[in-house]
Design a protein around this ligand. Sequence first.
Ligand code: GTP
Ligand code: MG
Length: 257
Amino acid sequence: MANSKYEYVKSFESNDKLMPSTWIVVRIDGRGFKKFSEDHGFDKPNDEQALYLMNACAVSMLQEFPDIVFAYGVSDEYSFIFRKETQFYQRRSSKILSVTVSFFTSVYVMKWKEFFPQNKLKYPPTFDGRVVCYPSTTIVQDYLAWRQVDCHINNLNNTCYWMLVKSGKSKREAQDFLEGTQAQEKNELLFQQFNLNYNTLPAIFRKGSCVFRDKVEDIVKYTECGDPVKRSRLKVITYHCDIIEKTFWDKHKHILR
Ligand code: GTP
Ligand code: MG
């Protein structure tokens, strides 16, 4: 078909192709989730159901988009790593970002009832997103370590803060009390004042959540003698493990291959 005289408007579009052969990382973050979590009565500092819902959305993401090889989530944020050579939307940044954010948000709304059957969704949740390209596997690992360190610092601090508030301190007093304290002092505060060993808190709170494909063995049938016949396949799973130490990446070399 001949070009119309209006076709020239296309020439105003900018080229937003992401650098080739780089890991594409999309990080989404809940918009105004401080208010959203209050309005929906989330437990403080961590609401287990809210985190499970976030994780379910991430699992759906990996099932929908095979080029996502890994996802890491904490609080109201999730990072998605697309494989280095992905040609998803010809690596167009705006397409990849918008599709990631909109798919995640839709699943969040669709699955809300499953995780909060007694708790009505009062208004539409929104997520923002950004894309960054990383040229090496080491930098991607450092990126993820950065997010997990952040998770640890925030969670330790929030745990102390809410313990102090729940024990009768005002929010101001709790904040002043924690100002400038180091991790070790915070651990001691929890242990001595509240008899709480931080390391016994659920790993999902302390470590965040990792979503990736891992080998699982299914029993497909039983032989006549009753022996199981197994078949291994890749399944999208969620773990709450340490990704700061290199051990994880040595054990799961297939993820960032
Ligand atoms: P913007 O992202 O800038 O729009 O602001 P935000 O209000 O979402 O804050 P931010 O993303 O910096 O931090 C996330 C906030 O979400 C936390 O500070 C908490 O207030 C809230 N939040 C996230 N997860 C939970 C949870 O499990 N329980 C509770 N009570 N609050 C949570
Ligand atoms: Mg947020």
